[in-house]
Write a protein that binds this ligand. Structure first.
Ligand SMILES: *[C@@H]1O[C@H](CO)[C@@H](O)[C@H](O)[C@H]1NC(C)=O
Ligand SMILES: *[C@@H]1O[C@H](CO)[C@@H](O)[C@H](O)[C@H]1NC(C)=O
Ligand SMILES: *[C@@H]1O[C@H](CO)[C@@H](O)[C@H](O)[C@H]1NC(C)=O
Ligand SMILES: *[C@@H]1O[C@H](CO)[C@@H](O)[C@H](O)[C@H]1NC(C)=O
Ligand SMILES: *[C@@H]1O[C@H](CO)[C@@H](O)[C@H](O)[C@H]1NC(C)=O
Ligand SMILES: *[C@@H]1O[C@H](CO)[C@@H](O)[C@H](O)[C@H]1NC(C)=O
Ligand SMILES: *[C@@H]1O[C@H](CO)[C@@H](O)[C@H](O)[C@H]1NC(C)=O
Ligand SMILES: *[C@@H]1O[C@H](CO)[C@@H](O)[C@H](O)[C@H]1NC(C)=O
Ligand SMILES: *[C@@H]1O[C@H](CO)[C@@H](O)[C@H](O)[C@H]1NC(C)=O
Ligand SMILES: *[C@@H]1O[C@H](CO)[C@@H](O)[C@H](O)[C@H]1NC(C)=O
Ligand SMILES: *[C@@H]1O[C@H](CO)[C@@H](O)[C@H](O)[C@H]1NC(C)=O
Ligand SMILES: *[C@@H]1O[C@H](CO)[C@@H](O)[C@H](O)[C@H]1NC(C)=O
Length: 568
C-alpha cells in the first residue's frame, strides 16, 4: 500500500531540496531493528513529501506531574483544585529561547512550521525525504508489515543539531512504528472453551445487555443532569451510526429518548458519515455502550483521521492531536474513554514519555483518562502473538498518569483470558501502586521471572465486564468481546459519579489512580479467579489473585460502594 503515502514527484511550493546550512549533528533516537512484523523494503523515494512533527521541550514538564499529584491525591490540601487551561499551557509551552532556536534552524533550511497545539509545544513541518535525510542525518526507508502488507516510511535513527538537544524533544514519525493492523481497536475473540458458569439474574443471557451491567454493578438509571460530558475518541475510520444506536436504545433503554445521539468533533480529516451501512464494531460499540449506560451524559465523539487518505491512520499522531484538542478546551469533557492501543515496543521512549505527559496534563485539568489494557494477555495488543519471547506490555496503558481497564467475564466475575496486563519497560512503578504491586511481585515469586520488568509501572488498574456485549452494526450483531467493552463501562460509572459530585457542589474525580489505590480500593470487587494468555511458547501468563493483579488490577466497580467511598 505504498499508495497510502503522499508520493511521487509532487513538489509543494516552498519545499526546496537544496540544503543551505549544515550543523553538527548528534544521534537523538535510535532503534536497532524495526519492531516485529515490519521488514525493510527499500529506500524511500527522495521526492516523497513527509509531514514531520517536532515536539519542543516544554518549559516545565516535571511541574505538570507535581501539579497532577497535588490535585489528584486525596490527602492533598489541593485535592480537586484543578488547573485552568492557561495554567497547564504555561507548564507545557516551550520557552521563547527554545522556540526561537528551533525556528531559526528550520528557517535557515527554508522550512516553515505550523503550530499544532495551543501551548505551542508541537510543530508540523513538511519536507521532502531527501531534505529530511539530510537535515536529520536519517535514512528514511519503506518498511512493510509482512502480515498486513501495510507500508510505512520510517528511519531506524535520526540526529539533531547538538546545540538543539535542550530544545527539541523528538521528531515523529521516525523510529516509532504504526499499528501493524489497518484497524486496531482493542477487540479480540475468545476461544470457545471459555464457557459461562453460575450465571445469575439478568446476566444469564447469551448477549450482555445494559440491564445485566446495571444489575451486576448496581448502576443507576437516573439521568445525569449537570452537563457531564464523556469524550470518546474514534480512530481507524470507525464511524458509528445513529440508526444502530436508535435500535439499541429502543430495545434496551425504552426510558431514554431513542433519538439521543452524540456530539461530533472531527480532527485531521476525521468524519462520521451516516447511512453507509457501517460495519464499524468499535465505533458502534463505543456509542451504544456509553449513551446506553451513562444515562443523559453527553457523549462527544472525537473522530480523528481518515485511513483512506495519504498519511492517515497514524495512531501516535491521532493520540497527539486528540490530547492537544482536549487540552485546548476551556471546559474539557470530564472523562475520556479510549479503546485503542499498540504494543509499547512500537513507540519510541521519547514519544511514549511525551504522550504520557499529555495525559498528566489532562489529569491536572481534572479529566479522568481511561484506556483499554489490550486484548493479548501478556503477549501485547492482540492475541495470538507468535513472536513474543518476553512479555509484551501495551501502550499507552504503561503510562502511570491514566487508568488502564482490563477485562472480566462470568458471574461472579473471573479474569478474561485476553485481558492484557503486565509491566511497562519504559515507565517506572509510581508510588501510588508501590504497595499493591510489590505484594503481587512477592506472590509471583519465581513464576515468570525474567519475562517481565518488575520495576515497571504495572497495569491494568481496574477491570470490568468484557465478553459477549450486544453491539448492533452493519446488518450484524454481537457478541463482542474485548477490553473495548470494559473501558466505556468503567468510564460510564465515573461519569455518573461525577454527576453526583457536581450535584453535591464538589469537584469531579479527575485522575483516578491515587484515589483508587487508597480510599477507593474497598469500593472495588477484587477478582481472584482466572489468568491471562501467555506468549506462545510459555505456559502461563499472569494469575488473578487476592489484591491487585496483572490481569484485573484492583477489581471491578460497584456503584453504591464507590458512591459511599466518596461520602455521597
Ligand atoms: C516547575 O513547576 C513546579 C510546580 O509544579 C515549580 O515548583 C517549579 O519551580 C517549576 N520550575 C520551573 C523551572 O519553573
Ligand atoms: C516571549 O515572546 C513573546 C512574544 O513572542 C513576548 O510577548 C514575551 O514577552 C517573551 N517572553 C520573554 C520572557 O522573553
Ligand atoms: C538504510 O537502511 C537500510 C536498511 O537498514 C540499509 O540497508 C541501507 O544501507 C541504509 N542506507 C544508508 C545510507 O545508511
Ligand atoms: C542508523 O541506522 C543505519 C541504518 O539505516 C545504520 O547503518 C547505522 O549504524 C545507525 N546508526 C546508529 C547510531 O544507530
Ligand atoms: C465472545 O466470547 C463468547 C464466549 O466465549 C463467544 O461465544 C463469542 O463467539 C465471542 N465473540 C466473538 C465475536 O468471537
Ligand atoms: C440460566 O438460564 C437458563 C435458561 O436459559 C436456565 O436453564 C438456567 O437455570 C439459568 N441459570 C441460572 C443460574 O439462573
Ligand atoms: C439531562 O441533562 C441536562 C443537562 O446536561 C439537563 O438540563 C436535563 O434536564 C437532563 N435531563 C433529564 C431527563 O434529567
Ligand atoms: C476519506 O478519504 C477518501 C480518499 O481521499 C475520500 O474518498 C473519502 O470521501 C473520505 N471519507 C470521508 C468520510 O471523509
Ligand atoms: C505486537 O508485538 C508483537 C511482537 O512482540 C507482534 O508479533 C505483534 O504483531 C504486534 N502487534 C501489533 C498489533 O503490532
Ligand atoms: C525496565 O523498566 C525500567 C523502568 O521502570 C526501564 O528503565 C528498564 O530499561 C526496563 N528494562 C528493560 C529490560 O526493558
Ligand atoms: C496460577 O493458577 C494456576 C491455576 O489455578 C495454578 O496452577 C498456579 O500455581 C498459579 N500460579 C501461581 C503463581 O499462583
Ligand atoms: C448492510 O450490510 C449487511 C451485510 O453486511 C446486509 O445484510 C444489509 O442488508 C445491509 N443493509 C443495508 C440497509 O444496506
Amino acid at each position: 500500500m505504498l499508495s497510502s503515502f503522499l508520493v511521487l514527484g509532487l513538489i509543494l511550493p516552498g519545499l526546496s531540496s537544496g540544503m543551505s546550512t549544515r550543523r553538527s549533528l548528534q544521534v537523538h533516537e535510535t532503534r536497532g531493528d524495526p519492531p516485529s512484523g515490519f521488514t525493510f523494503t527499500g529506500a524511500a523515494a527522495p521526492n516523497t513529501v513527509l509531514t514531520l512533527r517536532f515536539a519542543l521541550k516544554q518549559s516545565n514538564s516535571s511541574g505538570i506531574i507535581d501539579a497532577l499529584y497535588d490535585v489528584s491525591t486525596p490527602s492533598s490540601d489541593n485535592y480537586g483544585m484543578y488547573l485552568s487551561k492557561e495554567a497547564v499551557q504555561a507548564y507545557m509551552a516551550p520557552t521563547n529561547k527554545t522556540s526561537t532556536a528551533v525556528n531559526a534552524w528550520l528557517s535557515e533550511n527554508d522550512l516553515q512550521a505550523t503550530s499544532l497545539s495551543g501551548a505551542g509545544d508541537w510543530l508540523s513541518v513538511q519536507m521532502l525525504v531527501s531534505t529530511a535525510n539530510d537535515l536529520l542525518g536519517a535514512n528514511f526507508s519503506v518498511f512493510t508489515n509482512s502480515a498486513t502488507g501495510q507500508q510505512a516510511i520510517r528511519t531506524l535513527n535520526y540526529s539533531i543539531p547538538s546545540d538543539l538537544t535542550d530544545h527539541l524533544d523528538l521528531v515523529h514519525p521516525t523510529v516509532s512504528f504504526p499499528n501493524s493492523v489497518a484497524s486496531a481497536p482493542v477487540i479480540e475473540f475468545l476461544p470457545s472453551q471459555l464457557t459461562k458458569r453460575d450465571d445469575t439474574g439478568p446476566c444469564n443471557v447469551s448477549l450482555i445487555t445494559p440491564e445485566c451491567l446495571q444489575w451486576l454493578y448496581e448502576i443507576p438509571t437516573t439521568p445525569a443532569s449537570h452537563g457531564i460530558e464523556l469524550a470518546v475518541p474514534g480512530y481507524s475510520n470507525e464511524w458509528p451510526q445513529e440508526a444502530y444506536l436508535k435500535t439499541f436504545l429502543e430495545r434496551y433503554r425504552p426510558d431514554i429518548d431513542a433519538d439521543t445521539t452524540w456530539d461530533l468533533v472531527t480532527l485531521d480529516g476525521g468524519s462520521d458519515p451516516q447511512g453507509s451501512n457501517s460495519t464499524s464494531v468499535e465505533g458502534n460499540l463505543d456509542m451504544q455502550w456509553t449513551i446506553g449506560l451513562a444515562t443523559n451524559v453527553t457523549v462527544r465523539l472525537i473522530s480523528v483521521s481518515n485511513i483512506s487518505i495519504p498519511t492517515g491512520d497514524e495512531f501516535a499522531e491521532s493520540l497527539i492531536d486528540t490530547a492537544s484538542y482536549m487540552l485546548d478546551l476551556d471546559d474539557p469533557p470530564q472523562v475520556m474513554s479510549t479503546s485503542y492501543g499498540v504494543n509499547e515496543s512500537q513507540v519510541s521512549e521519547k514519544l511514549a514519555l511525551s504522550l504520557c505527559n499529555s495525559y498528566a496534563a489532562l489529569g491536572a485539568r481534572g479529566v479522568s483518562v481511561l484506556f483499554g489494557s489490550g486484548d493479548g494477555g501478556v503477549a501485547g495488543i492482540q492475541y495470538p502473538d507468535e513472536d513474543c519471547t518476553t512479555f509484551n506490555p501495551t501502550f499507552p496503558s504503561g503510562c502511570p498518569y491514566l487508568t488502564s481497564v482490563g477485562g472480566t467475564y462470568l458471574v461472579p466475575e473471573a479474569a478474561a483470558k485476553f485481558s492484557s496486563g503486565g509491566f511497562s519497560n519504559v515507565f517506572e512503578r509510581p508510588s501510588y501502586q508501590e504497595s499493591a504491586v510489590s505484594s503481587y511481585v512477592d506472590f509471583l515469586g519465581s513464576t515468570n521471572q525474567g519475562l517481565y520488568n518488575a520495576s515497571g509501572r504495572a497495569f491494568p488498574d481496574v477491570a470490568a465486564y468484557s465478553v459477549a456485549f450486544d453491539v448492533i452494526y452493519g446488518g450484524a450483531e454481537g457478541p463482542i468481546n474485548g477490553t473495548s467493552c470494559a473501558t466505556p463501562t468503567f468510564a460510564n460509572i465515573i461519569s455518573l459519579l461525577n454527576d453526583e459530585l457536581v450535584a453535591a457542589g464538589r469537584p469531579v474525580l479527575g485522575f483516578l489512580n491515587p484515589w483508587l489505590y487508597s480510599t477507593g480500593v474497598d469500593a472495588l470487587t477484587d477478582i481472584t479467579v482466572g489468568d491471562n494468555y501467555a506468549c506462545s511458547g510459555f505456559t502461563t501468563g499472569f494469575n488473578a489473585t487476592v489484591g491487585w493483579d496483572a490481569v484485573t488490577g484492583l477489581g471491578s466497580p460497584n456503584y453504591p460502594k464507590l458512591k459511599a467511598a466518596l461520602g455521597l
